[in-house]
Design a protein around this ligand. Structure first.
Ligand code: PEP
Ligand code: MN
Length: 338
C-alpha cells in the first residue's frame, strides 16, 4: 500500500500519517520526491483501513500495490534511485564500470590490477576476498587479509571497492574495508545475510541467483529495503538455461523489465554471464544499449595465471577497448560514462 501525500502536505501532516501507520503495528517508509512525498506501508495489509487513511489531512490517495515487492516498486518511488558508492553515483545518467580480478590473490596482483583499471577510467575496483567456490578443494579467498589489500588499493588509487560478503557474521568486517558489499548469486536468497545487510550503512550490490525469477530477485531486494537499507544496486549475472556454449545465459531482457517495474539501478556482469573473455565486450555493448546503469567486469593482469575465472577475465588492453566502445553506445542512448 502506498499513501500519496498532496504537494501542500507539511512535515507535520506526514508525521501524523506515519504515526497512524505505526500505531497499527505497520512500518512506514518515505519516498520524498520533488513534487510530493509517498509513504510506503509495509506489514500485514489486512490491518489497514484504506478509507480511514484516505481521510487523514492532506492525503491525496491511498493505493494498494498488488505486486509482492512494495518498496522496490516504481509506484513507491517513481524517480530512478541513485546509489552513492562513496561519492560515485550509480543509477544516474552516467554509466559506472566496476572492474578487477575475480579474486584477490596477493598484494602485487591486486595493486597492479588497481592501477590498470584506474588508468582505463574505471571508478570501482572489484576483487573477492571471500570466494563462494563450487569446489571445496579450490582457493576460498584470502579473507580479512584480502580485505586489507583492497583497502590499501583504495588508499593508493582512490578507487572505490566492491567485494563479496558471504556470511552475516562478517557483514561489519566487510563493510569496514569496502564501499559496496556484494551479495553473490549463490546467496541471493540467504535471508539471514540479507537481513544483516539491511542494517549496514553501506550500499549493497545484489546479484541475481542462477535460477531466480524477476519477482524473486526483487523480493530479495525487498529484504534489504524493508530492513532499512535503501542503497541497493541490482546485478544481472546470467541464469542457467539449456545453453551449453556459455557458462550462463545473460538475460538482458531483465534490464528493461526492471527499469519498468523498479526504481533500483541495475548493472550487468558479462564475465559470469558468459564465462568467455571474448564475449565480454559484445555483451557489454548490448547491456548498455539495453539500458543498464553499469557493468561489473573481471580483468586480470595475466588471465592465464589467474587463480579463478581467468577464462572470463579481460586482459588490460581489452579493458581499455571496452571503455572506448561502450562510450560510443552510451552516447547513442543518451548516457555518459563516469
Ligand atoms: C563473482 O563476482 O566473482 C562471483 C562469484 O559472482 P556470482 O555470485 O555472480 O557467481
Ligand atoms: Mn568470478
Amino acid at each position: 500500500m502506498i499513501i500519496v501525500m498532496k504537494s501542500a502536505a507539511t512535515a507535520d501532516d506526514i508525521q501524523y500519517v506515519i504515526k497512524k501507520i505505526n500505531d497499527l503495528g505497520l512500518q512506514a517508509h518515505l519516498s520524498t520526491g520533488v513534487e510530493r512525498t509517498i509513504i510506503g506501508v509495509v506489514g500485514d495489509e489486512r490491518l489497514i483501513n484504506k478509507d480511514q487513511l484516505s481521510l487523514l489531512p492532506r492525503v491525496e490517495n491511498v493505493i494498494p500495490i498488488l505486486k509482492p515487492y512494495k518498496l522496490a516498486n516504481r509506484d513507491f518511488h517513481p524517480a530512478d534511485s541513485i546509489i552513492n558508492v562513496d561519492g560515485v553515483p550509480v543509477g544516474g545518467k552516467a554509466i559506472v564500470v566496476m572492474a578487477g580480478p575475480c579474486t584477490v590473490e596477493n598484494e602485487d596482483q591486486l595493486i597492479q590490477s588497481a592501477e590498470i583499471v584506474k588508468k582505463a577510467g574505471v571508478k570501482i575496483l572489484r576483487g573477492g576476498a571471500y570466494k563462494p567456490r563450487t569446489s571445496p578443494y579450490t582457493f576460498q579467498g584470502m579473507g580479512e587479509q584480502g580485505l586489507k589489500i583492497l583497502a590499501k588499493a583504495k588508499q593508493q588509487t582512490g578507487l572505490r571497492i566492491v567485494t563479496e560478503v558471504m556470511d552475516a557474521a562478517e557483514a561489519d568486517l566487510v563493510a569496514e574495508y569496502s564501499d559496496l558489499l556484494q551479495v553473490g548469486a549463490r546467496n541471493m536468497q540467504n535471508t539471514k545475510l540479507l537481513r544483516a545487510l539491511s542494517k549496514i550503512r553501506k550500499p549493497i550490490l545484489l546479484k541475481r541467483g542462477f535460477a531466480a525469477t524477476l519477482s524473486e530477485f526483487l523480493m530479495s531486494a525487498e529484504y534489504l529495503l524493508s530492513g532499512g537499507n535503501d542503497q541497493v544496486i541490482l546485478c544481472e549475472r546470467g541464469i542457467r538455461t539449456f545453453v551449453e556454449y556459455t557458462r550462463n545465459t545473460l538475460d538482458l531482457n531483465i534490464v528493461p523489465a526492471i527499469k519498468q517495474l523498479s526504481h533500483l539501478p541495475i548493472i550487468v556482469d558479462p564475465s559470469h554471464g558468459t564465462g568467455r573473455y571474448d564475449f565480454i565486450i559484445p555483451m557489454s555493448r548490448a547491456a548498455i544499449a539495453a539500458g543498464a546503469d553499469g557493468l561489473i567486469v573481471e580483468m586480470h593482469p595475466n588471465p592465464e595465471e589467474a587463480i579463478s575465472d581467468g577464462e572470463q577475465s579481460l586482459k588490460p588492453e581489452k579493458l581499455v577497448q571496452l571503455m572506448s566502445e561502450i562510450g560510443l553506445i552510451a552516447k547513442a542512448v543518451d548516457r555518459t560514462i563516469l
